[in-house]
Design a protein around this ligand. Structure first.
Ligand SMILES: Cc1ncc(COP(=O)(O)O)c(C=O)c1O
Length: 377
């Protein structure tokens, strides 16, 4: 019998989704308004430790709304982490602005605050202040958010925290997604909790929340007829999907514990292999270990990451290279990058292993055995 494919990070249902969705259907609130959406926003805001949360159709939409609220436009510069998924940077281009990419450091794999400081200093010298900094919390780990926020404050540049991958993580005791002027989460199917597709913009700024709500519902002005003074977007999260989100959010702590447990299991299996290193955990916080990621040194380990990935693939096990840095992407060719070698190295040597929260110890053993079997000789 053929074994089932083992996916990188599949959705994990709690058993409560169906009941809550049926409740939402029965209540008649099946579009973009309703008690489930209000409740999901309230609970997410509480969890993230911010005053307001606006449910939207994706994390990308939340980022786009943040830039729209700032009035980012053609000719503007927006700073962004280079080691991330393209969705972090795409909204900069939607607005006709220019991304300026910043390399990672090895301590967190996230934006290097020293390079950010350089970039802000150089921008000030040229008299061209960036319109925003988008800092990404990669694979469930917060960036050096205290330092990055202080640099942004000093330079007078709004901070947008892309915590799409880091719901449930902390930095110095505070939740991921509470450090920016705007903070975004994703509930895409591969995330730690999912609404099938969806996102949230979280903020302490009531004005930003109000603008985001307005723009996400086609910017309809108050009038009996349809009146518009701004271009709007159809970005609101539906009440039905919010019901899914409520079931999922209630289990967030369990999901974080399961992902961290996966990591410990992998460490027990692979921790002694020469030339294999795990993504470090910053001493400044707790990562959710959304994905367990490793770096391979081919000469010591005996296989490069592609050889390991292909070996896993041949056994129907999905593993993925670390994000390809944005400054290496054809679509961002010519964009400014500050540094770049660290993220290039992490990309070249890094691999994400299956990390779903329903993973079992025997499955982790099986994956680990295949990782080791990929070695030559
Ligand atoms: C770092 C990062 N930013 C933004 C996004 C975009 O989120 P969404 O897929 O909900 O648009 C994702 C994931 O998809 C992500 O991993």
């Amino acid at each position: 019998m053929k074994r089932k494919r083992l996916y990188l990070s599949p959705p994990h249902l709690t058993g409560r989704e169906k009941a809550l969705i049926v409740q939402a259907l029965d209540s008649g609130w099946i579009t973009s308004v309703g008690p489930q959406l209000d409740e999901f926003e309230r609970r997410l805001a509480a969890r993230a430790g911010v005053k307001h949360a606006v449910g939207v159709s994706s994390g990308t939409a939340a980022l786009h709304l943040s830039l729209l609220a700032l009035g980012v436009g053609p000719g503007d510069d927006v700073i962004c982490s280079t080691l991330t998924f393209a969705a972090s940077a795409n909204p900069i281009v939607y607005q006709g602005a220019r991304p300026v990419f910043i390399d990672s450091d090895y301590a967190t794999w996230n934006m290097d605050p020293n390079l950010l400081e350089d970039a802000l200093r150089r921008a000030a010298k040229r008299g061209k202040r960036p319109r925003a900094v988008i800092v990404v919390d990669l694979y469930g780990q917060c960036a050096a958010l205290t330092d990055i926020r202080a640099l942004c404050r000093k330079a007078g540049v709004p901070l947008i925290e892309d915590a799409a991958e880091a719901l449930g993580a902390t930095h110095r005791g505070r939740p991921a997604g509470s450090f920016g002027w705007a903070n975004i989460f994703s509930f895409n199917g591969n995330k730690i909790i999912t609404t099938s597709g969806g996102g949230m913009l979280a903020t302490d700024d009531g004005k930003l929340a109000q603008i985001a709500r307005h723009l996400s519902t086609q910017a309809r002005d108050t009038a009996p007829h349809y009146e518009h003074t701004k271009i709007g977007f159809n970005y609101r999260l539906s009440n039905i999907l919010a019901a899914l989100g409520l079931a999922q959010l209630a289990k967030l702590d369990d999901r974080v514990a399961a992902r961290r447990r996966n990591f410990e299991w992998y460490r027990a299996e692979l921790g002694r292999a020469d030339g294999l290193q795990f993504m470090p955990e910053s001493s400044d916080g707790t990562s959710t270990r959304w994905l367990t990621c490793v770096l391979l040194d081919p000469s010591r380990f005996g296989a490069d990451r592609e050889r390991v990935r292909l070996r896993l693939e041949s056994k129907d096990i999905e593993a993925r290279p670390i994000w390809k840095p944005m400054h290496l992407q054809p679509v961002f060719r010519g964009a400014t990058v500050v540094g770049g070698r660290v993220s290039e190295d992490i990309f070249r040597r890094g691999l994400c292993l299956p990390s779903g929260s329903a993973l079992s110890r025997p499955l982790v053993r099986r994956v680990s055995a295949e990782v080791l079997a990929a070695r030559r000789g």
